[in-house]
Design a protein around this ligand. Structure first.
Ligand SMILES: Nc1nc2c(ncn2[C@@H]2O[C@H](COP(=O)(O)OP(=O)(O)OP(=O)(O)O)[C@@H](O)[C@H]2O)c(=O)[nH]1
Ligand SMILES: [Mg+2]
Length: 346
């Protein structure tokens, strides 16, 4: 999964990026796009790995891109270059500045920045939709596609992002080549000063996020950077002092999993214990295809043990004896924490 950190110059993207990835990229305006990969923490994988002692343990991964804002672009919006980089991401994490930045001459106004970003995305999408409509009407393309695009245009003209259109109304598989910005899942990160780190979001902001169908979280990137540099024992005490229960990195990852409706299934063995992220609602045969295309092609059945049963029983053998190992067909909907073993034949 690719997550792009976006936002205006000086909003704290690079600071947030360092916090999430554990890297230490120098701060300062502008510069290159930075990439960083993190493992999605999952205590269940730690436990399974402890039981199997496999040669290899593989967590789900997220690749973060820190996409610099353009200095002085706060009023002008995002540059064409930034828009292009943004299109390549699966999820957008918009970092909003809610602290005084001495390098900028503007007081923080996260609501205004959120609206500016949302509008920017709508404009970019509208331009693409209009161009497509002009061309397709001339070429007498499929009337069904044309009416879909007209509906999308009306949505944007109504000041609503495309992501507010329900999945059963448009066929999104036809939209993948367009890379519509307002259709990307959006995570809004409100970057606060140290003193406001644990204060909840203002109701007006929550309401706006609801309208945009976006997920939101509050953090103080500079506090998180301090926490990340401490040893684990001190981290807990420091978080408690601030009234926080969990580091921003794990809250962020949980939030994006929720936003994308992702779950994980597991494969286990002496060679590898591994987590596989999938969309909720994925069927067993498709899930098998994540592991290898042969497993999807030659799919026969999935042997399924829930994580909780596995832990209670202590072994695959025991789970089998007590009837906790279920044989499921290709249409079985894989559940979070299922341990799968795919029977296949190619
Ligand atoms: N007080 C405070 N300062 C912060 C916080 N987060 C970032 N800063 C400061 O704000 C300045 C800009 O932070 P960056 O992370 O470099 O901002 P950026 O969004 O990456 O900026 P560009 O790369 O130019 O787009 C730095 O001096 C940071 O130390 C925060 O949570 N609180
Ligand atoms: Mg930066």
């Amino acid at each position: 999964m690719r997550i792009g950190l976006v936002g205006f110059a000086g909003s704290g993207k690079t600071t947030v990026f360092n916090t999430l990835t554990g890297l230490n990229v120098p701060l300062g305006f502008g510069g290159e796009v930075h990439l960083g990969t993190v493992k999605v923490p999952d205590a269940r994988i730690d436990t399974l790995s402890g039981m199997f002692k496999p040669k290899k343990t593989t967590f789900a991964e997220i690749v973060f891109s820190d996409i610099p804002g353009e200095h002085g672009a706060e009023q002008k919006g995002l540059s064409g270059k930034a828009l292009q980089q943004i299109r390549d991401q699966d999820v957008l994490a918009l970092v909003l500045r809610d602290f005084d930045n001495p390098g900028l001459d503007r007081a923080p106004d996260p609501m205004k920045d959120l609206d500016a970003f949302a509008t920017e995305c709508l404009f970019a999408d509208l331009a693409m939709i209009e161009r497509w409509l002009d061309k397709s009407r001339k070429e007498k393309k499929d009337p069904h596609d044309i009416s879909n695009f007209e509906m999308m245009k009306a949505t944007i003209e109504d000041d609503k992002p495309l992501r507010t259109i329900p999945a059963n109304i448009i066929d999104r598989s036809k939209l993948t080549n367009f890379g519509f910005l307002s259709d990307r899942p959006l995570m809004v990160v409100l970057n606060r000063s140290e003193t406001d780190a644990a204060k909840p979001m203002a109701p007006a902001m929550l309401k706006r996020l609801g309208e945009l169908k976006a997920e939101g979280m509050v953090l103080s990137a500079s506090v998180e950077a301090e926490i990340a540099a401490m040893d684990p024992a001190d981290q807990k005490a420091f978080l408690d002092d601030l009234g926080l229960t969990e580091s921003a990195a794990s809250r962020f990852i949980r939030g994006t999993y929720h936003l994308l409706d992702l779950i994980s299934f597991f494969t286990v063995g002496q060679d590898e214990v591994r987590a596989w992220p999938i969309l909720r609602g994925t069927h067993a045969k498709q899930a098998a295809g994540k592991i290898h295309s042969d497993l999807e092609r030659g799919f026969i059945r999935a042997e399924v043990i829930t994580y909780d049963h596995f832990i209670a029983d202590g072994s695959e053998q025991k789970a089998r004896e007590v009837g906790h190992l279920k044989l499921e067909g290709k249409d079985y909907v894989v559940q979070d924490g299922d341990i799968l073993h795919i029977r296949f034949n190619v």
